[in-house]
Design a protein. Sequence first.
Length: 69
Amino acid sequence: MTLQKLQKQVLQLTISERWLLVQTLLESLRRDTYPSLKRGNLSRLRGIAKSSAAAEDEVLFKPFLNKPN
């Protein structure tokens, strides 16, 4: 089947079927483009961008935050 024939057939699908096709294609492209990246691998990176500045700010501003107005 040629790409042109496939494109014509896709237009015969309902909107929901086309969205499912788009979703399937995107997931396939994601897997093929980044085969080594899996969801499990990303979970260990959670919080890596956090800095110690947030903790320092909390220590500096805590007395002001607990003060009644």
